[in-house]
Design a protein around this ligand. Structure first.
Ligand code: ADP
Length: 202
């Protein structure tokens, strides 16, 4: 099995920017957010299970998941989140494992905003936190997708606090300067990961 790096960070910390850089170095990146969307597309067993657990109303007329209605329901009924996660998390994990196994690059990255929160770090050999202070997170995330400061603060609040992630991660990159500065730090780590990957293979 190839060396697996888990990459995480709070919203707006620079995970996607870091992932794109690693991809430019021919490293395969499996994105847990994309997998989470894939497992609930029409035809997937997970979507059938969600419909069985919650009712017809979770589907739109075209058979796709009604995310807005489900989000509102979860907001109103706290146990519903648990029910939903019990259905989706094992499916997401299974699909992540399959995609990691299919990768052929020198090492492979699992990028996930909830790497530690959902224990996905157990699937990895080593973890890297892309870290930025909260005001930078808010500034970047609001510029990127036009979300309000309150919306971003709400997301930050449900994510694990920075200090906890700093303590758990094997490597931490502080993304508080120019992108070039981020890429320089990543280059140093990339060399290290290539060596670790080689060591794991031998
Ligand atoms: P995440 O994936 O962690 O939510 P992104 O990588 O999408 O965060 O970064 C959020 C936004 O900030 C993006 O528009 C990205 O291009 C920008 N960004 C990230 N790092 C930097 C940086 N060091 N300097 C300037 N802009 C940055």
């Amino acid at each position: 099995m190839t060396f697996i790096l888990g990459l995480t960070g709070g919203i707006g910390s620079g995970k996607s920017a870091a992932s794109a850089w690693f991809e430019s170095q021919n490293i395969t990146v499996v994105d847990a957010d994309i997998v989470a969307r894939e497992v609930v597309t029409p035809g997937q067993n997970t979507l059938v299970e969600i419909q069985r657990a919650f009712g017809e109303w979770v589907l739109q007329d075209n058979g796709e998941l009604n995310r807005v209605a489900l989000r509102e329901h979860i907001f109103k009924v706290p146990e519903a989140r648990k029910t939903l996660e019990q259905i989706t998390h094992p499916a997401i994990r299974q699909s992540i494992i399959q995609q990691l196994q299919r990768a052929h690059s020198a090492y492979v990255i699992l990028v996930s905003p909830l790497l530690f929160e959902t224990n996905q770090h157990e699937l990895t050999d080593h973890t890297l936190l892309i870290d930025a202070n909260e005001s930078l997170q808010i500034q970047r995330a609001s510029q990127r997708d036009g979300q309000s400061v309150e919306q971003i603060q709400n997301i930050i609040r449900v994510q694990m606090p920075r200090v906890n992630k700093q303590a758990l991660a094997d490597d931490v990159v502080l993304n508080d300067g120019h992108l070039e500065h981020l890429y320089q730090q990543l280059m140093t780590l990339h060399e290290k990961y290539l060596a670790l990957a080689e060591k794991k293979q031998s």
